[in-house]
Write a protein that binds this ligand. Sequence first.
Ligand code: ADP
Ligand code: MG
Length: 633
Amino acid sequence: MTTTTFEKPAEQHTFEADVSRLLYMMVHSVYSDKDVFLRELISNAADACEKLRYEAIASPQLLPDDSPARILVSLSEEQNRLTVEDNGIGMSRVELIDALGTIARSGTRAFMERIEAAKASEGAELIGQFGVGFYSSFMVAERVDVVSRKAGTEEAWLWSSDGKGSYSIAEADLDQAPARGTRVILHLMDDARTYASKWTVERIIREQSGHVPVPIQISDKADAEPTSVTDGKALWTKSRNDITAEEYTDFYRGISGQYDDPALNVHFRAEGRHEYTALAFVPGSQPFDLFDPDRKGRMKLYVKRVFITDEAELLPRYLRFVRGIIDTADLPLNISREMIQESPILAAIRKGVTSRILSAMEKLAETDSEAFLKIWEAFGTVLKEGLYDDSERRAQLLSLSRFRTTASGDGYRSLADYARDIRDGQTAIYYLTGSNLAQIKDSPQIEGYRARGIEVLLLTDPVDSFWVQNAPDFEGKAFKSVTQGFADLDQIATADGKAPEKNADASAEVVAFIGFAKETLADEISDVRVSDRLTESASCLVASEHGLDRQLEKLLQGAGRLQTAEKPVLEINAEHFLVKAIAALDDDGFRKDSAWLLLDEARILDGDKPSNPRDFAGRLSRLFQRALPKSGE
Ligand code: ADP
Ligand code: MG
């Protein structure tokens, strides 16, 4: 399969299986907004120009004529064809095969898994929401030719495909190829004719690529001078007052490849010790690879408007969802990528930008709490990683944090809300961790807190189990797990005004039963004691005063980081009718079964299994036998 313009022999290659699947989905989704393909091609062209500018700092011979970067879009209505050409870095034969025949980016893989899991209709939505790059050209083209000449080389290659499983690659004549860079030629489908029209294409470029930092020209006649559509002036160099909300949004979409509206933008110029400009956005929705362990930060670094890298960690990991750019004049243009991570200047800049982003969030939380909650719902889990990682900003992050609590209803509470409503005599901020909100809301461990109107934070993200260990306090109150140690509730009156009562003066019978249970359960339990945290349930499990919180213990065991778990403490509600009745039994076998059943019930309420399911079933049947009328009677 060769194309007519190029006569050298072509080799056939088949696409990697993932590419074929992606192409199939792309073409067969009835996606209404096909316009996105142009944004993708222009963004690749601009990346290629920026890469060349960067490479040329170290190797000036790559850019001998110092010709300015530009992107040219040419159209032919007669031939139903659209071409995007750049004078950027270009691709060698091997790079063409790697870049356009495989899917290297882990993000794309994750994206495809999401698409496949989604229903057909949602899949189409997803394509629009996330950039899917070069392959989107097959939504509008029946054949795509890519002619590329790598900067500084004397050969050019032609890649060509109909997007149906294979592509060909052949050497191209130098006089048919761009002098440097890449030309992507789309042979449009019949029903995609509109993309050969100057009017349509110019509109799309203005809408979607208006802030690409390389000038874009358009031409629809072979012999006429191309006209300029955008000037490639970097948006961030303008002052905030001269930029409209739409311009910010367009810029965000351009650099993020996301199609939503940003939830927040932070744009400032720092002067003084360090000089830099930052333009950063908090996205309006979660990117699909937010929790991919390989996900890097997504800030681009520029030095005096020259793109340097988008792989440096310019912000702390807990801000990895933030998109944008930092442009500084304080670094040398030829800074190596290795030096970037060590640079004290960048460390200072990173601090400055982090502060500004967090304070912009604080301000939003004050002025528009609803908008802030949207950010929190999308990125709170990630921000909370900072409570653990970044001791310097822990206080600031704590005050930004929002929680589900026993008092939050369907909404959220801040720690300031918590502190304002704290009960007299309450010395700690109480929390309960678990994996499921509905389940931990009804935990027996919080009954006594509820009865006293004490608010309990309900924490369900895995990271919660970790930061609570590190956070020293909030406004002088330490964080304390309700499943750990003594509940200290005897100092606080119940909500209905009853004086503090100490549950611990249990009847002699109950005290005796507790001693009995301690012996019976000695292999499973470190202690059995009277509880003051229970009001409705008969029993619950807690960790000992100095043990690990129970949920944290489970997480660590699950991750294989903890071999032996500590034995928990079984707490018993001395006022519970069941406990009183059991304590009064004089049948030791039945007392034994009851002690075990109280333990297993507590385990089940914790979302765990009974200690030994077989024994549990045996005890339960014996209990049924006692309760049910004997057969024949
Ligand atoms: P992404 O741009 O996110 O990497 P794409 O599918 O858009 O994904 O492009 C895949 C790769 O193809 C790019 O990373 C780049 O290496 C290469 N590429 C695409 N277009 C060009 C171009 N015009 N010039 C140089 N390389 C390109
Ligand atoms: Mg791309």
